[in-house]
Design a protein around this ligand. Structure first.
Ligand code: ADP
Ligand code: MG
Length: 728
């Protein structure tokens, strides 16, 4: 990942090196060469992907602590963050009964005293001298009559305070074994070394007109804010810049695509539409019909479709994918595109690809398709392309795809995108895509023609974010469940209710329902396997001993996994014990009751996906989320129990977690801070987007002389990812 490559100084303006400077200053100076960092520390910083001065400058704080010392004794609250100024009165280092060394510093403040304590950090004692003025900041706890701060942050006040001293202390994202103070040291060293080196992207008049901080000031202020208002100013500048550049890049990309790339026009007339719909065992819901019409309109054009379909778990997204794919393979490739075809040959048909996140889901899709296409009068070849296949078989399939014989290819993303070369690819569907990157769309561009692309997700992205990361991506929403669906009855089950829950679960299964028991497994590691196995034993010899059980987890061979799923689907297994391999997309309508063990270990979106497995038919699903306690509130679990609407839950999730995970910033190569603030900064998002569009419309190739630096930065940063090469 290269989050900050855009800050490289451009050749147009070589950094001015002060004569006094000993070493050449550069943004690419390795951190180990900076004073105060050194080799050992630099090695640790690699864990945060911090290697150079530039990396450190662009490692933005996660939050800030109030260090103003503005609190007084009366406004300190138990357990809350406070910062208070005073004078050191006493410094004592002693060994406690438990053999720990405790440093205790007594500080006289207005109206009384507070105490700061540190355990096992005797070296800290030297830093406190009686009579010094300091500010301590941290969580306050009442101890006897005094407020006590355990391991607080300290700011030493000098008579003439150093200009760097900030009242707002930056708190950085960390990694294992990398402490706050280490990151601060590196960032401070990088600021001294190189804060003035990054190139300014914006022309001066824009900085003025938009009240944006110049880059060097923004870097200083984001790390060492001189006031609270400056934090906002600095963040605003980076968010604005990031989104402005991204918008321009997307526009440039788009206009280039429109000029160069053509997709096949796949025209769906009433006859084809009827023929396809007749293949489904159900009527489309009005929402499904509407979305199909939106897609049909896109497919009919030669501009490649880029459409995102959002629909809650169980809303019937697969049907949409199948509709679009059948339309694609039902369309003939014009003979003019097939120079080699002899007159009288049957014309080729377009091909479609469906990419699933797991092999299990890919296999399920193939089964669904084969069942639908089993009638007479159709001859669409469906092929599966997954890792679990013998290499020979895969080669055969790849050859048939290249020859245009396979109509629909279903597989995992890695394999389909990595192996298949299509003869006439018309449509790509990406199913259950819950993380989004800017580059996702250009997957599977082959030759001169672009396929149409449909990305399906159960995770709604707020419109501002969708716009920010995709530009003008079209969005369809399935806002309706198939008829007869009822919300899953969801319960939180504490240890005290567990016996009763299993009795209930058993009764329901005895009455004829099939069920799932979900066990957590984070990495499907050896240790996880052992705990899955023992959980299975406990169930098989305990609450579920009366039933036929099956077990699936990620470590099982693909074939074995598929066999267990087939058994479950066929009703030969009553209860399937599973890890979250069943989370996404698995569709067994007869399974209508679920127990999620250790529910706290799952994320909210994941819980909702899991629960979606038992909401796939007319019978009301039941779900028990087993937690270690019942009385303590767990916001995620309580939201899960209270709400069955996936879109509402997604909003909650964003509030609880922030959107960082959702947009997969790590994958898209974008600096975390910018995107992590899209929600909070939605007004800046909109402003940057508007301004970028205005600039683009007046100067589509960005030729204005004052924009050359920005243009170069955009190309450096996004050029390769978005294929903007020819523009430069
Ligand atoms: P998701 O949106 O979660 O991918 P699926 O496409 O797997 O949902 O559909 C969930 C279930 O609903 C499937 O069993 C599917 O056959 C069924 N289904 C989809 N559309 C309809 C409909 N219009 N009427 C009845 N059942 C439907
Ligand atoms: Mg699905």
């Amino acid at each position: 990942m290269e989050p900050s490559s855009s800050y490289e100084p451009l050749p147009a303006s070589p950094p001015s090196v002060p004569l006094s400077s000993q070493r050449p200053r550069s943004l690419s100076t390795p951190l180990e060469r900076l004073p105060g960092v050194g080799t050992a520390r630099a090695q640790k910083l690699v864990k945060l992907q911090l290697a150079t001065a530039r990396d450190a400058l662009m490692h933005f704080p996660r939050e800030y602590r109030d260090f103003s010392g503005a609190h007084t004794l009366v406004d300190i609250r138990e357990g809350e963050h406070a910062s208070i100024a005073g004078e050191v009165k006493d410094v004592a280092l002693r060994t406690t009964g438990a053999g720990r060394q405790m440093l205790s510093v007594l500080v006289a403040v207005v109206g009384g005293h507070v105490r700061a304590i540190w355990f096992n950090m005797p070296f800290m004692a030297k830093r406190f001298v009686i009579g010094m003025r300091i500010v301590i900041a941290g969580q306050a706890k009442k101890s006897g009559l005094n407020w006590e701060f355990s391991h607080p942050e300290v700011r030493w006040l000098a008579q003439d305070e150093s200009a760097n001293a900030s009242e707002w202390l930056a708190v950085y994202p960390l990694a294992e074994g990398v402490h706050q103070s280490l990151v601060r040291t590196a960032v401070q060293a990088a600021i001294v070394h190189a804060a003035d080196l990054p190139a300014e992207a914006f022309p001066e008049e824009i900085l003025k007109a938009k009240s944006l901080l110049p880059i060097a000031a923004a870097i200083r202020e984001i790390h060492c804010p001189s006031s609270h208002a400056m934090i906002t100013m600095a963040r605003r500048r980076f968010v604005y810049e990031e989104l402005f550049m991204l918008q321009l890049a997307l526009r440039m990309h788009r206009s280039q695509q429109q000029q160069q790339r053509l997709a096949p026009a796949i025209v769906i007339d009433a006859r084809l539409d009827n023929r396809i719909r007749a293949r489904f065992p159900f009527q489309f819901t009005p929402a499904q019909s509407r979305v199909c019409a939106e897609i049909a309109a896109d497919l009919g054009r030669t501009e490649p479709m880029s459409r995102l379909l959002q629909g809650d778990v169980g809303s019937g997204k697969t049907a949409i994918a199948v509709y679009a794919m059948l339309a694609t393979v039902g369309s003939k490739v014009p003979l003019s595109l097939e120079p080699a075809a002899a007159a009288g040959d049957a014309p080729d048909r377009y091909q479609a690809a469906l990419m699933a996140p797991t092999e299990l889901l890919a296999r399920q899709h193939v089964a669904t398709l084969e069942q639908m296409l089993s009638g007479k009068g159709v001859s669409v070849e469906v092929a599966l392309l997954v890792g679990g296949q013998p290499a020979k078989q895969r080669e055969r399939i790849v050859a048939r795809i290249a020859a245009g014989q396979v109509g629909i290819v279903v597989g995992t993303q890695a394999l389909v995108a990595g192996m298949a070369k299509f003869k006439h690819l018309g449509l790509v569907v990406i199913d259950e895509q819950h993380r989004f990157g800017v580059i996702q769309r250009s997957l599977l561009q082959q030759g001169q023609a672009d396929p149409h692309t449909l990305v399906m997700t159960a995770t709604p992205i707020p419109r501002t974010i969708a716009h920010a990361i995709y530009g003008d991506l079209a969005v369809s929403v399935l806002d309706e469940q198939p008829p007869g669906r009822q919300p899953v009855a969801t319960y939180r089950v504490g240890p005290e209710q567990l016996d009763k829950w299993w009795a209930f679960f058993g009764k329901k299964v005895a009455e004829g329902r099939q069920g799932y028991v979900v066990v957590p497994a984070v990495e499907e590691s050896k240790r996880d396997l052992a705990s899955i196995a023992s959980a299975f034993e406990n169930l098989a010899n305990g609450p579920l001993e009366a039933f036929r059980l099956g077990l699936v987890h990620g470590r099982l061979k693909a074939k074995a996994k598929a066999a267990v799923m087939d058994d479950f689907r066929a009703g030969n297994i009553d209860v399937l014990v599973a890890t979250s391999v069943i989370e996404v997309g698995i569709d067994v309508p007869a399974a209508t009751i679920m127990t999620i063990l250790d529910a706290e270990t799952f994320g909210l979106a994941q819980l909702h996906q899991l629960r979606g497995r038992v909401a796939r038919g007319a019978t009301q699903g039941i779900c028990g989320a087993v937690t270690a306690t019942i009385n303590e509130p767990i916001p995620r679990i309580d939201a899960f129990v209270a709400t069955s609407d996936g879109f509402k839950l997604a909003e909650q999730d964003l509030l609880l977690r922030g959107p960082g995970d959702l947009v997969g910033t790590r994958q898209s190569g974008a600096p975390p801070l910018y995107l992590a603030d899209l929600l909070r900064d939605s007004s800046v998002v909109a402003e940057a987007r508007r301004d970028a569009i205005t600039l683009f419309e007046s100067d589509p190739a960005i030729t204005g002389p004052s924009w050359q630096r920005l243009r170069a930065l955009i190309l450096r940063r996004w050029g390769e990812k978005l294929g903007l090469g020819q523009i430069s």
